[in-house]
Ligand binder design. Structure first.
Ligand SMILES: NC(=O)c1ccc[n+]([C@@H]2O[C@H](COP(=O)([O-])OP(=O)(O)OC[C@H]3O[C@@H](n4cnc5c(N)ncnc54)[C@H](O)[C@@H]3O)[C@@H](O)[C@H]2O)c1
Length: 322
């Protein structure tokens, strides 16, 4: 991380004070290089307390930007508002913008942001919170794979992400659009740590958008592979797992994103294993390294606009029938 001694803390404006905002606030509060300047949310909610104080609160981002000059805007609002708020933030501030994933909900919005690049510095200023790419078990798996070229290419991936959003009813669709919109981007950004994604080869939205079954083609160590991605809200509990198969060597890797654990095996032999000390909640475990990277001199490319554009183009593609 950057040595920020003698440097003014980054003034943050938090837009959207819902579920995930709590994690942003918890991680920002740990960082001496950040301070919360203001919050925005049109919904009447209790005051946000940050390090014992309550920053100014506004009903709209436009109103907040009339009164403040933040260094960083965090957009933690419903998915369908991301594009519009990003455009507003680009035009009305000089701040860097951390947008919750997914960056946009449709391809037209992605094209609109691309068009603004020359004028407003989209590439330098817009970052997407691809938080699953920072999860400890993902980090562990990526390092292990890099250390074992003899395992050969990843030839197949299966990933299943379940969230208990059936319990939130229509509110879940209002905040997250669909299971594929919400979890698909997490599965894809996580997979960029292991393979080079090339194309969405099939996409089936099921249960009125509350579930999905999609396949994605990828390249790994010069060979083609396929990822099968299942996601669903039809459950009472959260559960997220992925398995990676190295068909040439017979190595298999299981990563449990809920428990933040993993292991690799070949036949009956345990090749490697990963656990954690149980002290850090899952969301903080993702956002702590994410912010460390974002606020460093060289943010991880997975946060950058180009990565978001590549992921979005695959995520929101309409695959031709095969
Ligand atoms: N909940 C999670 O675990 C989680 C994890 C990672 C990312 N995300 C992403 O974060 C985003 C928000 O998710 P959430 O779970 O916090 O949703 P949420 O519905 O709990 O919170 C969204 C908040 O934004 C406010 N809001 C709506 N329009 C606004 C506007 N124009 N300006 C300011 N505030 C506005 C709402 O009143 C609400 O308080 C989504 O895009 C989601 O994909 C959520």
């Amino acid at each position: 991380m950057t040595d920020r001694v003698g440097v003014e803390p980054v003034r943050v404006g938090l837009v959207g004070v819902g579920v995930i905002a709590e994690t942003h606030l918890a991680v920002l509060a740990e960082r001496p290089d950040a301070e919360l300047d203001f919050t925005v949310d049109p919904r009447p909610a209790g005051p946000v307390v940050f390090r014992g104080a309550t920053p100014s609160h506004y009903g709209s981002l436009a109103e907040a930007l009339d009164a403040h000059r933040p260094d960083l805007l965090v957009l933690a609002t419903p998915t369908e508002t991301h594009a519009e708020l990003t455009v507003l933030a680009l035009a009305r501030s000089k701040a860097r913008i951390l947008v919750e994933k997914p960056l946009v909900h449709d391809l037209a919005s992605l094209a609109g942001l691309r068009d603004l690049d020359g004028e407003t510095g989209v590439r330098e200023r817009v970052f997407t919170a691809h938080h699953f790419a920072f999860s400890p078990e993902v980090d562990w798996a990526a390092e292990l794979i890099a250390a074992h070229p003899e395992w050969g290419p990843v030839t197949a991936v299966t990933s299943a992400f379940y969230d208990p959003y059936v319990l939130r009813g229509p509110e879940a669709f209002a905040s997250y659009v669909s299971s594929w919109t919400d979890s698909g981007v997490n599965q894809l950004s996580m997979l960029t740590r292991f393979v080079e994604l090339t194309e969405l080869t099939s996409a089936r939205q099921l249960d009125g958008g509350a579930s999905a079954w999609c396949t994605v083609a990828f390249r790994s160590r010069g060979e083609d592979g396929t990822a099968r991605l299942r996601s669903s809200w039809l459950t009472g509990s959260s559960s997220k797992e992925s398995s990676l198969v190295f068909g040439r060597s017979g190595v298999e890797m299981w990563i449990d994103h809920t428990a933040m654990t993993g292991f690799a095996a070949r036949g009956g032999e345990l090749v490697a294993a990963f656990g954690n000390d149980g002290r850090t909640g899952r969301k903080v475990a993702h956002y702590r390294p994410l912010y460390a990277s974002l606020l460093s001199d060289r943010p991880d490319p997975v946060l950058g606009f180009d990565a978001a554009a590549t992921i979005t183009a695959i995520h929101l593609a309409s695959p031709a029938p095969r």
